[in-house]
Design a protein around this ligand. Structure first.
Ligand code: TYC
Length: 121
């Protein structure tokens, strides 16, 4: 059996046109500007463990998250006491690159340090 389309395919509607006038008084037809959403942001979360030296974590926070020594120490201590802490908030690619860099540095140094990235609400 052969089926035939009963309606011609329709194009998706173009955004409404907003006529306006330029400086010379001519009518200008412009499409409405399309708005782009801001990119979703991701936080890099570092987890506590019993083996990674505090000094190593402080250096990682300074090197990969541009923290000064004081801020890095505060974040490290927060992770040590609470079990986890946020190192920074980034776009998705930057956050996942930071996670890779930290895991790679920890692995090379023989420490079990873990971190991950998660979307910010
Ligand atoms: N708890 C570790 C220690 O006592 C230090 C540490 C802090 C490890 C933060 C990991 O993400 C971490 N040596």
């Amino acid at each position: 059996m052969i089926f035939m389309a009963t309606k011609p395919p329709t194009r998706p509607k173009a955004p409404p046109v907003q006529p306006s006038r330029d400086e010379g008084g001519s009518v200008v037809l412009e499409r409405r500007t399309l708005r782009t959403e801001p990119p979703r942001m991701y936080q890099v979360v570092m987890l506590n463990d019993d083996y990674t030296p505090m000094e190593f974590v402080v250096v990682v926070l300074q090197e990969f998250f541009s923290k000064d020594r004081e801020a890095a120490t505060q974040i490290m201590l927060k992770i040590h006491l609470d079990g986890k802490g946020v190192c920074g908030v980034f776009t998705r690619d930057v956050a996942s690159t930071k996670v890779e860099l930290v895991l790679d540095a920890a692995h090379k140094a023989g420490h079990p340090l873990q971190c991950l990235c998660e979307p910010v609400e």
